[in-house]
Design a protein around this ligand. Sequence first.
Ligand SMILES: Cc1cc2nc3c(=O)[nH]c(=O)nc-3n(C[C@H](O)[C@H](O)[C@H](O)COP(=O)(O)OP(=O)(O)OC[C@H]3O[C@@H](n4cnc5c(N)ncnc54)[C@H](O)[C@@H]3O)c2cc1C
Ligand code: SF4
Ligand code: SF4
Ligand code: SF4
Length: 409
Amino acid sequence: MIPCDREDCCGCGVCSNVCAFGAIEMATDERGFYVPRVDMDKCRNCGRCSKVCPGCSTRPVEEYEKKVYAVWTRNDAIRKTSTSGGLFWELASSIVNQGGEVWGVAFDETLTPRHVCVHDATELKRLQGSKYLQSYAADCYPAIKEALTAGRQVFFTGTPCQCSALRNYLGKDYDNLVMMDFVCHGTPSLELFQSYLRTYVSPKYNSDVVSAKFRVKLTGWSGSGNEIQLADGSTYQADFFHDPYLIAFTRNYSLNDACYHCRYANLNRVADLTVSDYWGYVSRKFKYRNTNRGISMAMVNTERGERFLAGVLPNCVYTTTSLREGVEGNPCLSRSFKPAKKRDEFWAAYLESGKNFGAIAARFFPPRKKSFKGKISVWINAHMWLLPGFGQRLFYALKRRAKQGSVDR
Ligand SMILES: Cc1cc2nc3c(=O)[nH]c(=O)nc-3n(C[C@H](O)[C@H](O)[C@H](O)COP(=O)(O)OP(=O)(O)OC[C@H]3O[C@@H](n4cnc5c(N)ncnc54)[C@H](O)[C@@H]3O)c2cc1C
Ligand code: SF4
Ligand code: SF4
Ligand code: SF4
């Protein structure tokens, strides 16, 4: 049997670890998304794969009165190189300093994001920063179970569906495991990302790509974008208004099918902690007003999450905020994004072009022009910290209200 329908499959790979008959291996579909390939001749219909599959099974979550924090690390260098406020770094450091292990996503030498294990503070840099595409997680679940059974402290970070996959796979609660997910917009495929590097970025310099980073704070947190190093020493940089890969991502062309009706886009969190950007957070203290270096939102979902977070808060600047504010700033805590109207047209053109993202980028994702209204809005955003707190809160409340109902961002 197929563990779940293709449209519900997030490509977590956990099913390939539980089949006692070796009937499942992970492959990719024509758009490059990870999918299980089931050998029906070997399958005995035992149903084990469906039981662990986060596309159709989710274990009940702990009832807990959630708390929400606005938080950022006091370490300015780490805050600068983190996607949001660097909370991940603080949490992960506390685990490795106690001899535990951290599971998160790093690029390998072929620029494939994979779930890997880190024991050492110097290695944590590899995990830092969001990689806006599917990570290969299929082989991490048995290794994590082994570490937990051996009594080692484990900190696992991943998409909400990957956290659910791990929890289903383990089948019981372990006191030495703590999980952190994030508010998840969705994931494009590795193949699309590699095509973007090969057919869009590389030809600009006639040179190979050697490394890539997302959400580098090019002109600050709100002006972040991609930074890609090439073999000839050049650097490509482009923000969310100009980079076609990022436009395809934020405007919901390139996500996996399951991301458009994600069963984890709500407040029933599987992980102990949920983090995200805290757009629109306004500090009451003037010295913390300039938010352009990045702020994380941390939502505490379990008692264990609360204890874990409390251990690192002395290294952070933080304040509690309301659940309502946290949800307002993060649409994916209450619903999934709808696909872009021309999503199917985009994928058809991509496949017809011989998977040449560069050849169709200008047609589908031209640089987004900032209207006069847009420019004013960016200027106001950048100088908002000068306004009194009330003015800021009013501005963001009106902005959120104007955005409500808009899905094709
Ligand atoms: C695919 C994706 C979609 C996201 N969507 C949103 C969103 O819609 N709204 C929002 O506010 N925040 C979103 N985030 C989260 C946000 O980008 C930050 O990662 C988060 O705020 C933590 O920031 P930080 O500064 O604490 O740590 P960072 O240093 O950014 O921490 C990175 C952590 O994310 C993990 N990670 C990185 N890439 C992946 C990946 N591909 N799959 C699984 N885990 C990964 C790493 O293992 C590490 O634990 C998304 C992140 C990803 C990866
Ligand atoms: S139903 Fe059982 S035998 Fe068939 S693929 Fe799933 S786990 Fe394997
Ligand atoms: S969601 Fe995960 S477990 Fe379910 S079919 Fe897809 S890869 Fe397998
Ligand atoms: S949007 Fe949902 S299905 Fe897609 S990667 Fe995120 S948690 Fe998984």
